[in-house]
Write a protein that binds this ligand. Structure first.
Ligand SMILES: NC(=O)c1ccc[n+]([C@@H]2O[C@H](COP(=O)([O-])OP(=O)(O)OC[C@H]3O[C@@H](n4cnc5c(N)ncnc54)[C@H](OP(=O)(O)O)[C@@H]3O)[C@@H](O)[C@H]2O)c1
Length: 350
């Protein structure tokens, strides 16, 4: 982005899977940084990371870490955000939080800039970045909601292991090697760290992401349901989700069924609406086997949509295949977009 003013930026969780992408994105998007502070837990304090040719020493996060910071990008887990985001705000920073700590707080805007950028200006110091699987889905649904109305969404996800962080990626690597060498698979982390049972992710599919709720849905599924309604400003839309973890590294894929309000909508109209939308790329040509995949979308900031079909029984129903890099649009890029919007629109002041 181009601006003359430069800002003091803190990245909390800089040594994590999202943190690494945050640094990559700040660099790639030429974010106007004055000072950069890289923060982690005590474990990684002292570690050195490179940014734009300069070496930075990672520091342990403390309340004082936020003195003089303008923008703090948090991705270090919900408890870290609960503890330190208010400290950052108290010291004058605006926080963009990647965790689920504040997403459903009515005082905190939950933002995907292509969908509800204007909500940013209502912030009181914290802006929440939605769950990765929600972000790509609402980005694809927004042009449909705007042009045809939308009454129901049913989504099944095919989520990458990087969505569970660096340790989960290590588990996938170790188990894959063991499997191919004919050894027993040891599972210690997935589906959810701290749960009673763990199952191998290598060569498997796990229909549990995050912990189960009393209603039988997982917390990941409830995030998709509740966050979609909040971001799209529609409490009446029916949303159901089934979230599944699969053994690939990066990018979440989603099979999305959507029912529109308007009669007589065609697949071509839907394709036009989607291909004209900002941040969305239509890759939909079945004759030539063109559709997005996790591998083809990894490393890119856009949301990719393909396989658009009309439901065979419901004239108002459509099926879509939505794929995006969970660490970029699902996390780092969406956060940096929010930070860019704060600057561009002069919304840094609370
Ligand atoms: N992965 C995704 O696709 C994705 C997408 C959206 C949102 N998120 C959210 O972003 C957060 C981080 O995810 P991740 O995948 O990057 O996890 P990760 O790879 O496990 O990294 C966790 C990061 O948090 C830091 N951290 C842990 N405990 C801390 C503490 N007490 N104080 C300060 N820093 C601490 C770690 O520092 P150390 O190196 O010192 O341990 C590390 O930098 C999670 O809340 C996750 O839900 C993830």
């Amino acid at each position: 982005m181009t601006t003359t003013q430069r800002y003091n930026v803190a990245v909390v969780g800089a040594t994590g899977a999202v943190g690494a992408k945050m640094l990559e994105t700040l660099d790639k998007k030429n974010f106007p940084i004055n000072e950069l502070h890289l923060l982690s837990s005590k474990r990684s304090a002292g570690k050195e990371l490179e940014f734009q040719g300069k070496t930075y020493t990672v520091q342990e996060t403390t309340p004082e870490s936020f003195e003089g910071i303008d923008i703090a990008l948090f991705s270090a887990g919900g408890s870290v955000s609960k503890k330190f985001a208010p400290e950052a705000v108290k010291r004058g920073a605006v926080v963009v939080d990647n965790t689920s700590a504040y997403r459903m707080d009515p005082e905190v805007p939950l933002v995907v800039p292509e969908v509800n950028e204007e909500d940013i200006k209502t912030h009181n110091g914290i802006i929440a970045n939605p769950n990765c699987s929600t972000i790509q889905m609402v980005a694809a649904l927004k042009p449909i909601q705007d042009q045809f109305g939308m009454s129901r969404v049913i989504v099944s996800t095919y989520q990458a292991v990087s969505g569970a962080g660096n340790e989960a990626l290590d588990e996938l690597r170790t188990q894959s090697k063991a499997f191919l060498e004919g050894e027993d698979l040891e599972a210690e982390l997935l589906p959810v760290s701290g749960e009673k049972h763990h199952y191998p992710i290598a060569f498997n599919a796990l229909p549990q992401i995050d912990v189960f709720q009393d209603n039988g849905y997982t917390f990941e599924e409830m995030k998709m349901i509740n966050e979609t309604k909040k971001i799209m400003h529609d409490d009446t839309v029916h949303v159901a989700a089934t979230c599944v973890r699969l053994p690939f590294f990066t990018s979440h894929a989603e099979s999305v069924y959507v029912e529109v309000d308007k009669e007589g909508v065609t697949v071509d109209q839907l394709k036009t609406a989607i291909s004209n939308a900002e941040g969305i790329v239509l890759e939909d040509d079945p004759e030539n086997q063109v559709y997005p995949t996790p591998l083809s979308s990894a490393g890119k900031c856009d949301v990719f949509v393909g396989r658009i079909r009309k439901d065979l029984d419901n004239q108002k129903g459509f099926h879509l295949w939505v794929v995006s890099d969970n660490l970029l649009k699902g996390a780092a890029w969406n956060s940096v977009q929010i930070a860019e919007s704060l600057i561009k629109n002069n919304w840094l002041q609370k």
